[in-house]
Design a protein around this ligand. Structure first.
Ligand code: FAD
Length: 395
């Protein structure tokens, strides 16, 4: 007789236990009657996007749904222990509400004002600053080439991304979810349904619903079901540096060039996305130190003269799961493989969207429709019809 290996069963099988897969598992696990299995190949949780994230959360988006997701996240973070504490142990993800400051030159001012109108309509506490305001508030900043800035007054900042991932995971487990250390190597599809996932070590698992939460590997998982998903892994670098001069009250600051910096303890971190033509698909973790020396440092030194004398302390690489069409999330079932749900393509904002996405995908699985925040604009079909949801950044 042929050995088919162990066959497990679960109501919901989530592929990927990063912050998105773990958040989905947590929100589903609130209903203790649902059997949930998360398959995660990396027991260190160090090689997905989450642990390599810069940990930022902002409300300054131009798409109302992105703003509303961040608003939910802020509320969730402010009450995180009431959601995620296990055995009454308080949860601390080191959330620092330091604000985001978008800087604009003359060219970006119209976009800054348009975005401000959307944000104000959505109830985002945000202030437009002119160069004099900027100079007064941030005396360490060179404002001579700036036309203005937009500062989030509350509900923006940064947190421990790995810590949030683990808090979701631990709470989901305490509610009864199973996290299995294994790798999905193929999917069995019958007509419009995924039937089972073949695992590298432990046989296979059947399920009623399968969720693709595989981060930068999302397209590989989709292709196992014969689905083309235009989400690609794109490498990003984060550099940490120290500066002898004290820089007070520094928000996460985004220069008009796209270079960002923010405090991290007594140091700072910085980074910048490359131009599209210099952004190949990539899954290695090699750091390009010359990108810091040649591109980032001169921009930092122009914006903050004290950054002329800094010391780079550390650097790491991670990967965006980058939606080629519009760099926005892809959420919900595939139109023809209908029990296969996607939660992918978050580019640089999946950490902050994970609570809202976790809740939304749990609602889809439980009720077949969004119950709280309608995120149907991010549906898979828009990739097929080529209908982007463009986030209008000022850089
Ligand atoms: C440098 C950098 C800075 C960032 N900064 C921010 C920020 O400031 N704010 C923000 O909101 N977002 C930021 N992001 C984006 C954010 O980190 C991601 O959007 C988010 O972490 C995505 O979470 P995820 O769970 O989808 O993916 P991941 O964390 O990558 O999790 C996917 C998991 O799937 C597992 N997996 C893959 N294939 C398989 C398989 N076949 N079988 C089993 N398991 C599998 C992987 O091991 C991985 O753990 C940043 C990203 C990077 C790289």
């Amino acid at each position: 007789m042929m050995d088919v290996g162990l066959i497990m069963k679960s109501d919901v099988v989530i592929i990927g236990g990063g912050v998105v897969g773990s958040a989905i598992a947590y929100f589903l696990s609130i209903d203790k009657t649902i059997n949930i299995t998360v398959i995660e190949k990396d027991s260190s949780y160090q090689f997905g996007s989450t642990a390599r994230s810069a940990g930022g959360i902002r409300q300054q988006f131009s798409t109302p749904e992105n703003i509303r997701m961040s608003q939910f996240t802020i509320d969730f973070l402010r009450n995180i222990s009431s959601h995620l504490a296990v055995d009454d142990d308080p949860v601390d993800v080191s959330f620092i509400e330091g604000g985001y400051l978008f800087l604009a030159g003359d060219a970006q001012i119209p976009i800054l004002y348009n975005n401000n109108a959307v944000q104000t309509r959505e109830g985002v506490p945000v202030a437009l600053l002119d160069p004099d305001d900027l100079g007064r508030s941030y005396p360490w900043m060179n404002v001579s080439d700036l036309a203005g800035g937009s500062l989030g007054l509350e509900g923006e900042g940064w947190l421990d991304a790995y810590g949030l991932n683990q808090a979701f995971r631990k709470k989901a487990i305490s509610n009864g979810a199973t996290f299995l250390k294994d790798e999905v190597i193929s999917l069995e599809v019958d007509g419009s349904r995924v039937i089972s996932a073949q695992l590298k070590n432990e046989g296979k698992i059947t399920g009623n619903t399968f969720v693709n939460a595989a981060g930068p590997s999302a397209a590989d998982i989709a292709s196992m079901a014969g689905i083309h998903l235009a989400v690609r892994p794109k490498k990003r670098f984060v550099y940490s540096f120290s500066c002898r001069t004290e820089i007070t009250r520094c928000p996460l600051t985004i220069d008009p060039s796209g270079v960002y910096f923010r405090p991290e303890g007594h140091q700072f971190i910085t980074g910048c996305s490359p131009a599209a033509k210099n952004d190949p698909d990539c899954l290695d973790f090699d750091v390009d130190y010359s990108w810091f020396e040649e591109h980032i440092w001169p921009i930092l030194a122009n914006r903050v003269p004290a950054f002329e004398s800094i010391k780079m302390e550390n650097a790491w690489a991670g990967h965006y799961a980058y939606t080629l069409l519009d760099q926005n999330a892809v959420l919900g079932p595939h139109p023809s493989v209908t029990n296969f749900i996607f939660a992918n393509g978050f580019s640089g904002h999946g950490l902050q969207q994970s609570p809202a996405v976790g809740r939304a995908i749990a609602e889809l699985i439980q009720s077949d429709s969004y119950q709280t925040l309608d995120l149907s604009c991010f549906k898979f079909d828009r990739l097929l019809t080529g209908s982007p949801i463009r986030e209008i950044n000022i850089v």
